[in-house]
Write a protein that binds this ligand. Structure first.
Ligand code: SF4
Length: 198
């Protein structure tokens, strides 16, 4: 099965230290094709999986609804910072096969990278998913950067009252924000090599 990533917008309502997507502006921030174009492109694929991605895809809720209406048998996944998750219509939220929620670990780590108050909003909105009866996969999508202790921070997320089914962590080594690392080699030695031997 092919997984198609649709960048619904490059704009974001956050401005995380390792990304700065909140600073993205200009005419090329939005998709440049119609849903008819997309349908024509996907026509020969009988088993479609669409990952809704950004920027922050929940900034384009009408487009999410249009896509779900147009592709009723497709499998949808969402990658979101979760700040607006509880603003999406419940019936459409329940159509997601999985929701990947950006959160980087405990409050001090998440808010340090992402902004004050983000951790609490994300946890509240993940709780909201459970309250509305969302039973599909909820994945904590974690960026690992200089302040991170992988072992402790992953454990924190896994121990959060069954909020997340899985934790997916990824090293912050591909985005282009400057100044993320003051000494990457030392961090690798102290946070990965030494931790894994303790
Ligand atoms: S990391 Fe995600 S939530 Fe943060 S600014 Fe970039 S796109 Fe937005």
């Amino acid at each position: 099965m092919l997984n198609y990533h649709l960048v619904l917008t490059r704009k974001c309502n956050l401005n995380c230290v390792y990304c700065h997507s909140g600073e993205v502006t200009g005419p090329d921030t939005e998709i440049q094709y119609s849903i008819d174009d997309l349908a024509a492109f996907l026509e020969k694929d009988e088993d479609i999986q669409l990952m809704l991605y950004g920027g922050e895809p929940t900034l384009r809720t009408p487009l999410i609804i249009d896509l779900m209406e147009r592709f009723p048998t497709a499998r949808f996944m969402l990658q979101t910072n979760a700040l607006l998750l509880n603003k999406l219509p419940v019936d459409y939220v329940k159509r997601f096969h999985s929701i990947l929620v950006s959160i980087d670990g405990p409050q001090v780590i998440t808010d340090g990278y992402r902004s004050d108050g983000v951790y609490r909003k994300v946890i509240n909105n993940v709780q909201w998913l459970h309250e509305i009866g969302f039973v599909e996969d909820i994945v904590a999508r974690m960026v690992v950067s200089q302040q991170t202790n992988i072992y402790k921070d992953v454990r924190h997320l896994l121990n959060l009252d069954s909020s997340f089914n899985h934790v997916h962590w990824q090293l912050n080594v591909i985005w282009d924000a400057e100044g993320n690392w003051t000494d990457f080699d030392r961090w690798v030695k102290e946070s990965i090599i030494r931790e894994s031997h303790d």
